[in-house]
Design a protein around this ligand. Structure first.
Ligand code: NAP
Length: 255
């Protein structure tokens, strides 16, 4: 069982480690010492060990996960000595493999990954680049690993890690719009979240149909579903989502 080491013990490290333990990864996990409160909590509650420094994390791990903020990642990497055969997984948004390689010493393999917070409950669709069996196995513990063969696919795919957060805002709007006084908020929430999960499960299962085709099949003329969908389209509700995705794409391409 591989030993995983985390350099940068913030939100991402915490939910990924939750996911690993939730997914029954019983192997050793080593943490960098900075952000002591998080590290101490993980050590006490998720069976992790706190290293003396970042180099000890590297020395004691088979797979090192670099999880600092983008502005700190190159500095965190510089000076670390990797062994041949070790793997560095960067979850840092917007920093290419070429830049990570420049900042690192040795011939460590570098893989990028983008787990989201649903990893904590074993439900993160995690983009990885390039394909790597051991890294895919790590993220299969936290949901599903989705490998791509080009870094520009990875960069464009990271937009979806942001869209993921927009879903929560959409869910909240729908719960507020459909809950009370006749429907208790808790029931509205259960229905909103259950419908979202149901729609996603159906769309994933129906590989012969696009989600747009499923919508058109349900929201036929004269139905309440069509009435609402027409209103959303007239108000350009979906165009706003397209424009938000385009904004992120432009920012990512801008570096
Ligand atoms: N959070 C998300 O939902 C999410 C989703 C996808 C990708 N990501 C990516 O994941 C990375 C981490 O995000 P996060 O939300 O976990 O950030 P975070 O909560 O700010 O955690 C980053 C941690 O790294 C520590 N750190 C900084 N420099 C370090 C160094 N040289 N050695 C060891 N630790 C160091 C920071 O310590 P201090 O507090 O002392 O500065 C901080 O505790 C980011 O690059 C982000 O792009 C995050």
């Amino acid at each position: 069982m591989p030993t995983f080491g985390f350099i940068g013990v913030g939100e991402l490290a915490r939910y990924t480690i939750d996911g690993l333990r939730h997914g029954n990864h019983a192997g050793p996990i080593v943490l960098s010492p900075r952000n002591r409160d998080h590290a101490v909590w993980l050590s006490a509650n998720r069976d992790c060990r706190i290293a003396a420094d970042n180099q000890e994390v590297v020395d004691d791990s088979d797979i090192v996960i670099l999880a600092t903020r983008p502005a700190q990642c190159l500095e965190a990497l510089s000076g670390l000595r990797f062994r041949p055969g070790q793997v560095l997984v960067s979850v840092v948004a917007g920093v290419t493999i070429a830049r990570l390689r420049q900042a690192s010493t040795g011939d460590v393999e570098i893989v990028r990954a983008m787990p989201v917070s649903s990893a904590a409950v074993g439900a993160s669709p995690t983009l990885i680049y390039p394909r790597h069996d051991a890294v895919a196995a790590l993220f299969e513990c936290c949901g599903k690993a989705i490998a791509v063969d080009a870094e520009q696919h990875f960069d464009q795919g990271t937009i979806l890690a942001c869209v993921y957060s927009w879903y929560f805002a959409l869910f909240e709007t729908l719960i507020e719009s459909t809950g009370g006084p006749a429907l208790p908020r808790a029931t509205a929430a259960e229905l909103v979240l259950g419908m979202a999960r149901g729609a996603a499960e159906l769309a994933l299962a129906r590989s012969d149909q696009t989600p747009g085709e499923i919508a058109a099949q349900i929201a036929t003329d004269g139905t309440f579903s069509r009435l609402g969908l027409d209103r959303l389209e007239r108000e350009r509700a979906f165009d706003a989502w397209r424009e938000a995705c385009e904004l992120l794409r432009e920012r990512l391409e801008g570096g």
